[in-house]
Design a protein around this ligand. Sequence first.
Ligand code: ADP
Ligand code: MG
Length: 318
Amino acid sequence: MSMKVTVDKISDPAQFGRVAVVMGGSSAEREVSLDSGRNVLEALKARGVDAHAVDGIPALLDALRTDRFARVFNILHGQHGGGEDGVLQGALEALNVPYTGSGVLGSALSMDKPRAKRVWQSLGLPTPKFVALPRGADVHAAAKEVGFPLIVKPACEGSSVGVTRVFEESQLDQAVELAAKYPGDLLMETLIEGDELTVGILGRQVLPSIHIVPKGAFYDYNAKYIAEDTLYLCPGLEGDAETELRALALAAFDALGCYGWGRVDVMRDRAGRNWLLEVNTAPGMTSHSLVPKAAKVAGIDYQELCWRVLETSFREGL
Ligand SMILES: Nc1ncnc2c1ncn2[C@@H]1O[C@H](COP(=O)(O)OP(=O)(O)O)[C@@H](O)[C@H]1O
Ligand SMILES: [Mg+2]
């Protein structure tokens, strides 16, 4: 895989050439991706970029053969046709087509939460204690090992689908049943009670953190995409605490081999310790989404954000 390097800022939209904005796809997060993609497309066009919508990976591969796109803005979310898991990145590497964001390794590793956590653990980066379980495993024994309260989630999904907080053993079977509706292993980890924070990364710039304060129990699918009453405080922390959190987020991002842009989800416990949850390599870009909010606080409006993400598609030798 070619090394990616930061290039000088692009000033003329023609330098990007014809851009395919790939969205939608066949993952559980299709609708969110379509919403993100429409916003990105509109913003790039408003900045004079020759941008075109393409729905999903098969249509993109067809279009690359016939339509001669110069690069791809990947705003697919999730795995299995979601384009956030390294599959699309591998296909584009093979075709020598530049694309935004992380490469094969960073995408695949970030999608697999248990394996990402093992990398962090090996580097001494804090992540909640966990067990990864194949289907049919003894979930009650695993829960005893992790301890209550815990959280159950699919190992490789996003958008909080299939995520349940479990405070006592009687709630466990139902939580496992819900997570098992999604493909892959289950992840069971210690529930961190405290504050939810997320940190956006754009190039080598770490954006101000956001402290997410959902009205309900946690930042579930409803709080993410539907409810209008979730509070977003940005920056989420002050002084040294904010500096430390941003440094941790960048270290976590780099540890997984991520590149270009992304978002790191963190829980902060009541003692003020940060715990890494996951990295999103193609984070949401809807009107409710977090990276656009953090960028705005950093003085980067939505159009400029899309432009700068598109700049991450430039690589050495291209
Ligand atoms: N260990 C945990 N402790 C407390 N809350 C958690 C934990 N893991 C996940 N959550 C909650 O569930 C949400 C979704 O979990 P996350 O790991 O970010 O998966 P995804 O966003 O990919 O669905 C988080 O935003 C957070 O609100
Ligand atoms: Mg998350």
